[in-house]
Design a protein around this ligand. Structure first.
Ligand code: SF4
Length: 499
């Protein structure tokens, strides 16, 4: 278990806190075994085709707090994600019937001369300007590589501003170079909220924190049935709501990769218990999750009622579709815990998961509880995944692996990954909403969508005949993990699996 401390402004990065890695080639059983024994080693890359930034992940949690401002203390190029998040913010407002509002994002526009003479003054001025323009209830200052290199005392600036303005002004230290595991940015955002916004509980309420991105509200009926109120955090919360999340009865993870730090922080600092079993994916997974939640809130009989109803209502159609999927070979590409949840779901739907490319791997979560080992349980219940690679969105590696495996279906959580399936004539399914697959209905949702995707085979095959591919024969002759390892070009298969 990692000890969460909010005394320091910076979160301890995932590599150090959890032993997280972002390069591995082997079988799923091997990464599970090495994780359990504490033997997992990162396999460095000698070339990266693309990289993510911690700042972007921090931003995705802070940017949709409805009455806060985010100031990116950075060169303007780092603020490229503003447009992206503003788009998502507006789309999700519409889905929630909220009045349209622009995201309130500012950038200090650090220039070359500021890296020599300092940028603290710019930050002070931007905080005042942001406050005067929109009167937010909190201001978050996200740091960047440039502000990190300058090394000024940003804490002194935000503390002074907080006193002057009478609202929380809090730093979120998420410089891209701090951690090569970009999900450290989620932790940085949660650290910021735990440190600067969440107040000690005055009372306990019947709310349940659902720590999520901005997914659909599938927990409403489930949580209410147990007599509790769902509270989806952090996007679309207000500062006031966030200040009281310590009063909740429990926290739910929709994806431990996302929320391990927040869940453990609320547990350790404010006694909010977490549901510590894998998210409710698949019928068996939903049974297990409902029983764990029922036990946590002392209402196990309600869990049994929901399980009975869910089986009666959804399982017959799921079973019918399962017959159609027998013998189909699937490939998954997604963030770590979500990818593992999808492997579980596909295994339950009777498909053979022959490969996966997940973006990082946490050998353990902040709770330290091995009941959250989603991959270990998937391997035990549905068999091994022979080509399991930890691959932080390196398209060249994914494309090379797909070319060898040629699965019948690709399941992806992020845009930009499924087009490769189409180019190879493989039906591909992109589902961004993590809550789409939750519960019995979620299992049926996926089964129906997979059925539709498999039906598109003729169209996709036809499409692939007209698709171009930028990769050469030389690349396809190399091992997919060619750029991992010691530079020998032989990859870095830590286990016996892979190619
Ligand atoms: S913080 Fe660093 S890694 Fe992130 S966008 Fe800016 S320069 Fe790039």
């Amino acid at each position: 278990m990692s000890q969460i401390s909010i005394k320091e402004p910076s979160v301890v990065i995932r590599e150090k806190r959890l032993g997280t890695i972002n390069a591995f080639t082997g079988a799923a059983s091997e990464i599970v075994e090495q994780s359990a024994k504490g033997q997992l080693k990162d396999c460095k890359r000698k070339f990266s085709q693309c990289l993510g930034c911690n700042q972007q992940q921090a931003f995705c949690q802070l940017a949709m707090i409805r009455d806060a401002v985010v100031i990116d203390h950075a060169p303007i190029g780092c603020a490229g994600e503003f447009a992206d998040f503003n788009f998502t913010y507006r789309v999700e407002q519409a889905r929630r019937d909220l009045p349209p509002a622009l995201g309130r994002y500012f950038c200090t526009n650090i220039l070359e001369k500021d890296t020599v003479f300092g940028a603290a003054k710019k930050l002070e001025e931007t905080i005042r300007l942001a406050y005067d323009r929109v009167h937010p209830n909190a201001i978050f200052v996200t740091t960047s590589c440039a502000s990190g290199i300058i090394g000024e005392d940003i804490e002194a600036v935000v503390d002074q501003a907080s006193k002057e303005l009478g609202i929380p002004v809090v730093t979120c230290t998420c410089e891209g170079f701090r951690s090569k595991i970009w999900t450290t940015g989620f932790d940085a955002a949660y650290h910021t909220v735990l440190r600067g916004i969440v107040k000690p509980a005055e009372k306990k309420t019947n709310k349940v924190n659902i720590i999520n991105f901005w997914g659909s509200h599938v927990f409403d009926d489930i949580v209410r049935r147990f007599g509790y109120e769902p509270q989806y955090i952090i996007p679309f919360s207000t500062v006031e709501e966030l200040s009281h999340v310590s009063e909740a009865a429990a926290s739910i993870h929709i994806c431990p990769s996302l929320s391990t730090y927040m869940g453990a922080g609320l547990n350790q600092l404010h006694d909010v218990p977490e549901v510590l079993v894998p998210p409710a994916y698949g019928v068996a997974g939903t049974d297990r999750w409902l029983r764990a939640f029922g036990k946590l809130v002392g209402k196990e009989e309600i869990a049994e009622e929901i399980i009975k109803e869910g089986h009666e209502k959804y399982v017959p159609e799921i079973d019918k579709l399962k017959e159609k999927f027998k013998g189909k070979r699937a490939y998954v590409t997604a963030g770590a815990a979500h990818g593992q949840a999808l492997i579980t779901l596909l295994g339950e739907l009777g498909m053979d998961v022959v490969g996966a490319a997940v973006f990082h791997h946490d050998p353990v979560y902040d709770s330290g509880d091995d009941k959250l080992d989603i991959l270990g349980q998937a391997v035990k219940n549905y068999g091994d995944v022979p080509d399991y690679r930890v691959c932080n969105k390196q398209a060249c590696e994914l494309v090379n692996a797909l070319n060898r495996i040629k699965p019948d279906l690709i399941l992806a959580r992020h845009g930009g990954m499924t087009l490769w399936g189409a180019k190879f004539g493989i039906p591909s399914l992109l589902i961004g909403d993590e809550q789409f697959g939750i519960g019995y209905k979620g299992a049926l949702n996926y089964a129906r969508r997979i059925d539709d995707a498999l039906d598109s085979i003729e169209f996709i095959k036809n499409y692939s005949k007209h698709a171009s591919n930028p990769y050469t024969k030389w690349w396809f002759d190399q091992d997919p993990g060619y750029f991992q390892g010691d530079g020998s070009g032989k990859g870095c298969a830590q286990g016996r699996g892979g190619f």
